[in-house]
Ligand binder design. Structure first.
Ligand code: PLP
Length: 380
């Protein structure tokens, strides 16, 4: 089946008299009559659920739907995207080892390694994914390489085919954060990633009404991530899982529209006053890895820095400023204050993120209304 169909049906087969939409099993625990039965379920030898921190019927639907979309064996839903990244790292890399990471990943991912996991032995090694020589050297003795399919905010696309080959050669696991591309546009497991993570808060949920994450991987890694999530208590609750699944059912429609809207806005922005650069993923690599488009993300550079960004926010009527993305509404964000606030000014400068960088997440509105709002807000 094609991804658009998988998104609508995956995870569930509806029989006669079943409700067409899945029930929310808002329960912390299940009852058992037989100790043996409980033992088999708790050991994972037969399917079932026994305690809500370990698993839940509704959450399992969301997990299996995302796993089907990503082409992985199993999924583990978590209380946030950060929790997904944490349990994926621990699942892929049970013993502490250096973790390779580019400086332009989501700032809190870097913060997790620098401030929380680094002191435990998961030392971050900052790598330039375009410098193959340096990358080969850094891979020696490392446990894991983390990258994103499309980077925030400058929309760079690393060559995950090449990274998968290099990591495989070095015996290092590759973890891809596929939040921005979604499995509609790219399925990193098919390109050789060992596991994929999402902030389901963004496109998978798609309505800015929940915080959630998910890890998808092969059986063994998913089981290891689930065991970690159970012990760490990073489980996603059933109601948020239900909302995430409800959002996921329209993912293909939304992401295709958001991609088209981002293309249209990227074409309209260069002529507008004060816009000195537009960032939108493009080129041979994008055509190979994201043949149907790079999603709803773009950024632009506004002459005049923070003051002009504030003026833009004051004048936008439809588009709002918000520190998240991927919802049905078009939003803008200021990476210096949001996604990359944990970086030093020098680090941000080395990436090309300035006080004038504005990141846009296009929604599903009419493209002409989005472009018109930016045009009137930026008019002199
Ligand atoms: N990964 C990416 C690419 C993100 O943009 C974010 C959040 O903005 C996260 C992970 C973290 O997700 P969450 O906020 O759901 O914990």
């Amino acid at each position: 089946m094609k991804p658009d169909t998988v998104a609508v049906h995956a995870g569930r087969s509806v029989r006669a008299r079943d409700p067409l939409s899945p029930p929310i099993v808002q329960a912390a625990v299940q009852v058992y009559e037989s100790l043996e039965d409980y033992d088999l379920v708790a050991a994972g030898e037969i399917p079932g659920h026994y305690y809500g921190r370990a698993s839940n019927e509704t959450t399992a639907l969301f997990e299996s739907a995302v796993a089907a979309l990503e082409g992985g064996a199993a999924g583990v839903a978590t209380s946030s995207g950060m929790a997904a990244i944490l349990v994926a790292i621990l699942g892929l890399c049970p013993e502490p080892a250096p973790v390779l990471i580019p400086l332009d990943v989501y700032g809190t991912t870097l913060g997790l390694l620098r401030q929380d996991l680094g002191p435990l032995g998961y030392t971050p090694r900052i790598v330039d994914l375009e410098d193959e020589g340096a990358l080969r050297a850094a891979l020696a003795g490392a446990g894991l390489l983390i990258c994103e399919t499309v980077t925030n905010p400058l929309c760079r696309v690393p060559d995950i085919d090449r990274l998968a080959a290099l990591t495989a050669e070095a015996g290092v696991a590759l973890l891809v954060d596929n939040t921005f591309a979604t499995p509609i546009l790219c399925r990193p497991l098919e390109h050789g990633a060992a596991a994929v993570v999402h902030s389901a808060t963004k496109y998978l949920g798609g309505h800015s009404d929940l915080v959630a994450g998910v890890v998808v991987a092969g059986e063994a890694t998913a089981a290891a991530a689930r065991a970690r999530s159970n012990r760490l208590g990073t489980t996603l609750g059933p109601f948020d899982a239900w909302l995430a699944l409800r959002g996921l059912r329209t993912l293909a429609l939304r992401i295709r529209r958001q991609n088209a809207n981002a293309d249209a806005l990227a074409a309209a922005l260069p002529g507008l006053p004060g816009v000195t650069a537009v960032y939108r993923a493009a080129g041979e690599r994008v055509q190979r890895l994201l043949p149907e488009g790079s999603g709803g993300m773009l950024a632009f550079e506004l002459d005049g820095g923070r003051q002009e960004v504030q003026r833009l926010l004051d004048r936008l009527r439809l588009v709002r400023f918000a520190a998240s993305l991927g919802g049905v509404e078009t939003t803008v964000s200021h990476p210096v204050l949001t996604s990359h606030r944990g970086l030093s000014e020098d680090e941000r400068r080395s990436l090309g993120i300035t006080e004038g960088t504005v990141r846009v997440s296009t929604g599903i509105e009419d493209p002409e209304d989005i472009a018109a709002d930016f045009a009137q807000a930026l008019a002199g």
